[in-house]
Design a binder for this molecule. Structure first.
Ligand SMILES: [Cu+2]
Length: 329
């Protein structure tokens, strides 16, 4: 069958505490090998798939076997005795549609960005999904929707599509980002193999303290979720296509197809600043361990897996640990 809509159902009594939902499609019954299919955050309404596509669920290998949902809560006031009954309604059809949908995550999908430095003014981070990644796609991607996601320090966010070094389009832009008013926009355009996709996030700095990246509302994120069809045969999954800082190796990498990207035998760094800057650009390179949930898992990997990791392969378990860790926080 095909899932054709995800509908958020927020409990009025507790919606104030609901930070976001993450809905994963998993390729096993235990909910271990999963990829993001939908995200809800304040402001987002029902997601309805276009009539030609849906998220495939069922016994075939490319279909999800299990749907996993996480709800993250914020409770700054340390309120007690609150019972949350929020959830989602999943709409599906047994009449198969022509295409399978999937979601491509761009930006800092694994939340490993260095903190926003303490200070005045704004700062911009830019990540790219380079042509070397999309060149591996066996077909074009037809994009149907996009969500830009940051937290409360977020100010401006936009994304662009490039082909042969020239701007094709601005994919999405939020000029006055409001955490409480996020929205998924319907889109209709094509990503060709060899295109480059850039995601930009601009934040207000805090004069009292640095702002780490993480799951909390007072931490930050820079993530973009593009829903597209037809589904790639080797979907990039949770890692998406973009940036990861690996503290075990002390370096920033480009991730695509669940691996660190190599060009001419050399690992590529990300971000590479290519678009005209939208603010003060941060240059990377300062190693600052201790704030990365996923990275902690990398550090604690057995030596054998680390060498596997260093050769460019990220064990699927890595992502599993990340998602479990997220679920517990
Ligand atoms: Cu978030």
């Amino acid at each position: 069958m095909h899932i054709v809509a995800f509908e958020p159902l927020l409990s009025d009594a507790s919606r104030h505490f609901v930070h976001h939902f993450l809905v994963y499609g998993c390729y096993d019954e235990e909910g271990i090998y999963c990829a993001t299919t939908w995200a809800w955050a304040p402001g987002i309404e029902i997601f309805v798939a276009p009539p030609e596509a849906g998220f495939r669920v069922g016994p075939s290998p490319e279909a999800y076997k299990t749907i996993l949902m996480e709800i993250h809560f914020t409770n700054f006031e340390h309120a007690s005795g609150v019972l949350d009954q929020s959830g989602i309604r999943v709409h599906y059809t047994a009449k198969l549609r022509e295409h399978d949908l999937d979601v491509l995550q761009l930006g800092d999908a694994l939340i490993t960005q260095h903190p926003i430095p303490q200070g005045e003014g704004i700062v911009t981070f830019e990540y790219n999904c380079p042509m070397e990644c999309t060149a591996k796609y066996p077909h074009a991607l037809h994009v149907v929707s996009d969500l830009l996601h940051m937290h409360k320090a977020g100010s401006i966010m936009y994304s662009t599509q490039w082909r042969h070094g020239a701007l094709v389009r601005e994919i999405n832009r939020v000029e006055f980002y409001q955490y409480d008013f996020q929205h998924t926009i319907p889109l209709s355009f094509t990503i060709e193999p060899g295109d480059r996709l850039n995601t930009h996030c601009t934040y207000h700095k805090n004069s009292d303290h640095a702002i780490p990246f993480g799951l909390g509302s007072r931490e930050e994120m820079c993530m973009e979720y593009l829903a597209y069809w037809p589904k790639l045969p080797n979907p990039p999954g949770l890692a998406g296509c973009g940036f990861m800082h690996d503290p075990a190796l002390g370096r920033n990498f480009t991730i695509c197809d669940n691996e660190y990207l190599q060009v001419d035998g050399e690992y590529t760094y990300n971000p590479t600043v290519m678009d005209p800057p939208g603010g003060d650009l941060i240059r990377f390179g300062v190693k600052n361990p201790g704030v990365y949930q996923c990275a902690d898992v990398v550090t604690s990997m057995p030596a054998a897996e680390q060498s596997n990791h260093a050769s460019g392969l990220i064990a699927p378990m890595f992502f599993v640990f990340c998602s479990f860790l997220f679920a517990m926080m």
